[in-house]
Design a protein around this ligand. Structure first.
Ligand code: PNS
Length: 187
């Protein structure tokens, strides 16, 4: 019997525990799941595509039916290229539904044979998004429990230089007799 292949497309900038939860669920129902990172030239990502591939490969290493790849162009064209019959997407809350429905129907218009399968991540991740993780991390908040430890470490590394610069600015202000700025304290 032919293998049932699905793609799980997205930006994954960065991968969150919600993504990992969905990958785990998807790996149970498809013979093969391809986590497909969009190479989007219009967006300036926090993590490069290479960094996201490395993170996702490391985070999905325990599943022997999951692989990580990148694509550009239309998702449906990529799905056809890898022989997928389904696109896996997560729906967290009602607010996701409209956008996801639009995408699923547009993909169906473009490629009627390709099905979109929606799965729900665990409720504890229902408010979680890569955008919020980036924002919280940027502003010095804790993302513990929201992303895998590897991603947490990489976020710290990625944001540290900006952080050091802000500390320099703070020192500079103090040195020149200026008022101490309210910068973040290094943890
Ligand atoms: O993680 P994201 O950013 O919500 O993923 C969105 C993604 C990558 C699935 C979507 O933007 C996409 O499919 N882009 C590829 C271009 C395409 O096929 N556009 C038409 C979709 S209806």
């Amino acid at each position: 019997m032919a293998k049932v292949i699905a793609i799980y497309p997205g930006s994954f900038d960065p991968p969150t525990n919600g993504h990992l939860d969905l990958i785990q669920r998807g790996s149970k129902i498809f013979d093969e799941l391809v986590v497909a990172i969009l190479r989007n030239p219009d967006k300036a990502p926090l993590f490069s595509v290479t960094e996201r591939v490395a993170m996702l490969e490391s985070l999905t290493g325990q599943y022997n039916n999951v692989r990580v790849d990148t694509f550009d162009g239309l998702t449906v064209d990529y799905a056809v290229r890898v022989g997928a019959v389904a696109v896996l997407r997560g729906i967290r809350a009602l607010s996701d539904y409209e956008y996801e429905l639009q995408m699923a129907l547009m993909n169906r218009k473009l490629q009627p044979e390709l099905e979109t399968v929606f799965m729900m991540p665990a409720e504890k991740y229902s408010y979680l998004s890569s955008r919020l993780v980036r924002e919280v991390a940027h502003l010095g908040g804790s993302v513990e429990g929201l992303v895998p430890e590897l991603v947490e470490q990489n976020l710290k590394g990625k944001l540290d230089p900006a952080y050091k610069l802000s500390e320099f600015a703070e020192l500079d202000e103090k040195g020149s007799g200026g008022r101490k700025s309210k910068g973040r304290k290094k943890s």
